[in-house]
Design a binder for this molecule. Structure first.
Ligand code: NIG
Length: 428
């Protein structure tokens, strides 16, 4: 007896499907293919010619992709979406364009401290409204899962307030965009605690972390060991407390200087070590041994005018799992543009377009420890994007441009581009 045919709810047929399920350097491309969605899950993926043998299309919503590219939804594994709107740092950007460095700005009271002041002054409603707009821009460009950090509150009450805002954001968006919350109280030492660094770190470890864990406000705990932020030992103390309370550690590692972030991430078993512009071979080897996902954030490398991009090629060749993310934040990457990040991962980090796409889908899911998203295969969550182009090379080549025509979250249409708002280059 033939196996009963699947009765899908949604089908995208006549597509170039990149499953992102064939390893870090292979996008798993199937030309002339279809994806069948069974309620919230992927039910079937395969050649178009087999579609009607595998699926009973009666009752299904069937969309002809016209040869366009279909991929898993993008998984953006590093953002700081919640910050006060008055934390605009455009003048910092202008100063940097004129040659002023990021650390110089931070030392003179700008940088993270400027956004902390603006964020503390903003109401919950204002923070939420601004974060929601930023999140919608990501969704409209193909992001179906996003990690969101606190980190601009930097007092016990403010960090917990920001996490509650993240929770409300997640609640509002749950059917369109999944939000993964991260406690980043270890972003810096607040100015008013400069004379009491140890006290601040103790408070984070003994009060903020336990409260965030108790109220289930965060999945991850993050820190930023760097000149002007935390020392390596302070970051170790914060993430150690996070682990003790069940929060998964992740780290801003070796962004501006080689402080040993990669080794700390390996020592603590972090899910992700992000940035890594300054990492060297020893750090790469440590990440490879520990299986830590390297997060490439090339928009911030460009935005900060750093001398070199993170060595994405060397990381991949050494067997380190790699993710690409936007790092949306007001100081080092004011851009909700995954397309730009994807292209820069090729041009700056040395990935191929296929590797960059896999890193922005399966890689992001790996970094956030979400095995159910980031790949298109039966049983995976049906998060997918129909792009207005025929190849993944086009996606990386046509830089900084949204091609997301249709975004599907858990089997339902979460975003459809208004005519003319996303590029449809399938005919050219
Ligand atoms: O991930 N590096 C630390 N945190 C942010 C920048 C924060 C800021 O400048 O406001 C980042 O790049």
């Amino acid at each position: 007896m033939p196996a009963p045919r699947l009765r899908p709810t949604l089908v995208l047929r006549n597509a170039a499907v990149a499953t992102c399920d064939a390893g870090p350097s292979d996008a798993g491309l199937l030309a002339g293919a279809a994806v069948a969605v069974d309620e919230r899950l992927v039910g079937w993926v395969g050649p178009e010619v087999d579609l009607e043998r595998a699926c009973d299309l009666d009752g299904a919503r069937v969309l002809d992709a016209g040869g366009r590219l279909v991929t898993p939804g993008l998984v953006d594994s590093h953002t700081h979406l919640v910050f006060g709107d008055r934390g605009e740092r455009a003048e910092e950007f202008a100063a940097r364009a004129a040659g002023r460095g990021y650390l110089e700005t931070s030392r003179s009271g700008g940088g993270i401290a400027a956004t902390v002041a603006a964020t503390r002054a903003a109401s919950d409603e204002a923070l939420l409204a601004a974060a929601e707009q930023r999140a919608m821009r990501l969704l409209s460009q193909g992001v179906t899962t996003v990690e969101v950090k606190s980190g601009y509150g930097l007092s016990a009450a403010e960090e917990l307030r920001l996490l509650r805002v993240v929770h409300e954001l997640a609640r509002r968006l749950w059917d369109r965009l999944a939000v993964v919350p991260t406690l980043l109280a270890g972003h810096a030492v607040p100015a008013e605690r400069a004379g009491d660094r140890a006290g601040w770190i103790r408070e984070v470890a003994e009060s903020v972390v336990p409260a965030a864990a108790r109220e289930r406000l965060a999945v991850f705990c993050d820190a930023f060991p760097e000149e002007g932020a935390l020392s390596l030992d302070e970051a170790r103390a914060v993430l150690g407390a996070g682990k003790a309370h069940g929060l998964v550690p992740r780290l801003h590692a070796d962004q501006l200087s080689r402080v040993g972030g990669a080794e700390l991430a390996a020592e603590l078993g972090c899910a992700g070590a992000d940035h890594l512009e300054q990492v060297d071979e020893a750090g790469i080897a440590a990440l490879a041994r520990a299986g830590v996902v390297a997060g490439l954030l090339p928009v911030s490398t460009l935005f900060l005018r750093l001398p070199a991009f993170a060595p994405g090629r060397r990381l991949l060749d050494a067997g380190v799992p790699v993710a690409v993310a936007t790092n949306v934040n007001p100081g080092s990457a004011m851009s909700e543009n995954p397309s730009l990040a994807l292209s820069l991962a090729c041009l700056g980090n040395g990935l191929t377009p296929a590797e960059a796409l896999v890193a922005f889908t399966a890689g992001g899911a790996h970094s956030l420890r979400l095995p159910e998203v980031g790949r298109l295969a039966p049983g995976m969550q049906a998060d997918l994007v129909l792009w207005g182009c025929r190849s993944l090379e086009h996606l990386a080549w046509h830089m900084g441009t949204s091609h997301a025509l249709l975004v599907v979250k858990r089997g339902r249409v979460a975003h459809r581009a208004d005519p003319g708002t996303a590029a449809d280059c399938a005919g050219v």
